[in-house]
Design a protein around this ligand. Structure first.
Ligand code: MLT
Length: 411
């Protein structure tokens, strides 16, 4: 008899964004004339930069001739891209990174979900709350969560509440943990950490022999010079941190799929007898077994992001999205809502009005303004009473959404 991995029974009903899509579809069916504006899932709306398009076309043409055709590529990415990442994303910030510490992949979502496979089932996992649900669900599937209690928390996870009271900057765990998921700039709160704040985490992880899984998918949105773009800007982080980055939100690759995970040679975890094992070699082993690499064409497109033209175009795109963030932030503040984030991140985290919970505000926005957002409670119990909007919409739609919220919402 094929028994099921019963850990799957511990998952909540459905993945957050699938649930939102289901509700929005039902609303659309019932109100076919409603002109919905979607500021829910953080999906980009601007086309790929011209430099990327040009490189993609050229790479397609290479595939048409026997001399330049490419079959299987290296599972962990072509050197031409890994070297550019090491040089531009790290070297330019004074961080030394070798190309074989950069693993090119098809997304930060899959990498943040898969990396936990390298660790034992009895590892204790610490998660900020609210949090990107992928870190939670992938560890539930792997059997590290235990069951969910009546407060919506899994019994074996260590939750690190991020609320307005602590400035969305979580305290260190009050006990030993093995794996720590951090995401900065934060999805969903839009909060960031300074170097000193991040150093506390690195020091804690070194002391506890823990590993930090650091999701920096939104680093390109950082404006404040005091905010580190990479955890590897912090001394000692190479021993204890893995960093996930993506071209999705930086260069419009959500549908094109290209990302990378950085695993320094010094990063370690431990066997039952306390002996150290390098995570770089283990991740290489895992990827070369389970992954066949990102298509050559796509990697060529990603490499074009690092050309002078690509860099200028990407800066322009990000600047436009950040202008959306300003429009949303100021528009919502003007009707008396309490708004966070949106200054170093493309997410705006809104306190729901008194007496309305997260899903209540989702319904209100959908029904009264025909605007789709994301209920904060979908990101964890401490997200209750909050709501997330993204700055990734089209400008005209972002302005229209803010106008509808200002004029149609009975607050
Ligand atoms: C989000 O809306 O939180 C993100 O778009 C989800 C993702 O990147 O997978």
């Amino acid at each position: 008899m094929a028994h099921i991995n019963e850990s799957y029974f511990n998952l909540k009903g459905s993945y957050l964004f699938s649930e939102i899509a289901r509700r929005v579809k039902a609303f659309g069916k019932a109100h076919p004339d409603a002109k919905l504006i979607r500021l829910g899932i953080g999906d980009v709306t601007k086309p790929l930069p011209p430099a990327v398009i040009e490189a993609l076309h050229a790479a397609v043409d290479e595939m048409a001739s026997a001399e330049s055709f490419k079959g299987y590529g290296p599972e962990t990415g072509y050197e031409f891209l890994a070297e550019k990442v090491a040089e531009h994303d790290y070297g330019s910030r004074g961080v030394k990174m070798a190309a074989d510490e950069v693993f090119i992949s098809d997304g930060a979502k899959s990498d943040t979900a898969n990396f936990q496979e390298l660790f034992a089932q009895d590892c204790t996992v610490a998660l900020t709350d609210p949090v990107y649900p992928v870190y939670v669900d992938s560890n539930v599937m792997a059997g590290r969560s235990g069951e969910m209690n009546e407060n919506g928390r899994y019994e074996r996870f260590v939750y690190l509440p991020c609320t307005a009271e602590n400035g969305f900057n979580p305290a260190l765990p009050d006990r030993h943990v093995d794996l720590i998921y951090l995401c900065y700039p934060n999805n969903p709160t839009g909060a960031v950490l300074t170097r000193d704040e991040l150093k506390k985490w690195v020091d804690y992880a070194r002391e506890q022999k823990a590993v930090i899984l650091y999701d920096a998918a939104y680093e390109a949105y950082i404006r404040d010079p005091e905010v580190p773009h990479s955890i590897f800007e912090i001394e000692g982080a190479r021993e204890v941190a893995i960093e996930f980055r993506s071209f999705s939100k930086t260069a419009g690759f959500t549908g094109t799929r290209c990302a990378f995970t950085v695993v320094p040679k010094e990063a370690q975890a431990y066997g039952r007898n306390g002996e150290a094992h390098g995570l770089n070699a283990l991740w290489f082993r895992r990827q070369s077994t389970k992954f066949n690499g990102v298509p050559y064409i796509i990697q060529k497109g990603a490499a074009a992001v690092y050309t002078e033209a690509g860099q200028a175009q990407v800066r322009g795109m990000i600047g436009d999205y950040m202008e959306n963030a300003r429009i949303i932030r100021e528009g919502l503040e003007s009707v008396g809502l309490n708004v966070f984030g949106g200054r170093n991140a493309p997410y705006i985290w809104v306190k729901t009005p008194e007496g309305i919970d997260s899903w209540g505000f989702f319904d209100k926005l959908l029904n009264e303004a025909h605007v789709v957002g994301t209920p904060g409670s979908g990101f964890g119990p401490s997200g209750e009473g909050y709501f997330r909007l993204t700055a990734f919409g089209r400008r005209d739609q972002t302005e229209e959404a803010v106008e509808r919220i200002r004029t149609r919402l009975n607050l």
